[in-house]
Design a protein around this ligand. Sequence first.
Ligand SMILES: Nc1ncnc2c1ncn2[C@@H]1O[C@H](COP(=O)(O)OP(=O)(O)OP(=O)(O)O)[C@@H](O)[C@H]1O
Length: 460
Amino acid sequence: MTTVLIIDDERPIRSSLRDILEYEDYKVLDVDNGEDGLKILKKEKIDLVLCDIKMNKMDGMEVLSTAKEFSDVPFIMVSGHGTIETAVEAARKGAFDFLEKPLDLNRLLITVRNALEKGSLVKETKVLKRKFSKTKEILGSSSGISLIKDTIDKVAPTEARVLITGANGAGKELVARWLHEKSMRAASPLIEVNCAAIPSELIESELFGHEKGSFTSAVKQRIGKFEQANGGTLFLDEIGDMSLSAQAKVLRALQENKITRVGGEKEIDVNVRVIAATNKNLLQEIEDGNFRMDLYHRLSVILIHVPSLTERKDDIPTLATAFCEEICAEYSMPVKTITPDGMKALQALPWTGNIRELRNMIERLIILCDKKITENDVRMFANPESVSQAPKSNGSSDASEGFDFEQFTSFQDFKDFSECEFIKYKLEKNNWNVSKTADDLDIQRSHLYSKIEKFGLKRD
Ligand SMILES: Nc1ncnc2c1ncn2[C@@H]1O[C@H](COP(=O)(O)OP(=O)(O)OP(=O)(O)O)[C@@H](O)[C@H]1O
């Protein structure tokens, strides 16, 4: 049922609006002040707000701007003292329309209908965007991955918090994305915070927001990730790197479903499902005094461990083939294939960087190899450094062994390749310092710049 929320401090207006809207079969909720209105907006599913501008405690414009920070619900502003300026300000703040008191019944109903139509279009667009979103399929059919997919199906629709563990690049973030996509919260945002990437003195403001002036660089109010994720999911990546003081605050937010902005006094209700991930052994971190036991228990209602790639080598052919197709499509080139021996060689590698490393390796092979990626190619380009070693061939049988000279159609082609790889190698060695590299190569800096441009060299 479509629900309309009326925020107006005049009881007679509220009741006449209620009568009109209920007669039209809308469900109506009403409150006499903005703060209560915002609370309802955070908790209930509201399709439209009719909001008076002039109210005692919090004025309608403030209610509108605060609501727009966490909700897309359309607002129709109402005022008995309307001027063109107020109408313009309301529109600027994101109101759907502005109506003057006394309200004209027909105009009111038409505006309500139009606003609801716009609201449902916004929702539909979000759902479509999500459908075509970049969340990639979880590939693989090994027992480890099958168990993870089953667990996602069971756990996603619940409100349970999930702690995802696993090595770097194993696929933790992908699991978190699917937990959100398959949940009831999928139409609301998934907000991600990489706890390791934020300096510890900023993490609280990042998570909980801050009030203007609460510290030197807080020049304006800021809404934190918890509030941004309201109604949706908050993904706390690398939670094992969070400072103890931030951990205490996150614990409180999880216990009470309330947060307080840095420098603020007001407690703000939040409705957020938290999914956390780490590559650390949190039980060890607890023992070492770096992680709170109580937070661990709050976060790990469900534990999902993503096995490393070497524990599921059976998935390598599926992953490698899919990455080949995906990367060739990205480069708009015909699909290259991996020979059975090439695939075996891939399965034999150590994969310390897991699936991320496999994808990078496939990209490297696609760029450097012929149509068929062979065992030799895999051996040759197994690590990035070998790329710069490959063309060091001086014609001796040792250096050229396994090197696929067939890939070059002319002598010039080969010279360009060698030159490019040599320059790349020197640039890496000199940490991409162009002056030092030019000295090292004994060429002019301007000459090096033109080579960099010619070969399109970029730092990874
Ligand atoms: N099962 C899978 N199928 C397809 N692609 C995958 C799979 N698992 C991971 N990937 C891809 O591998 C890359 C790394 O995955 P992801 O970022 O989820 O790893 P992570 O464990 O969160 O890494 P980190 O700990 O370094 O943040 C991404 O491009 C992801 O799409």
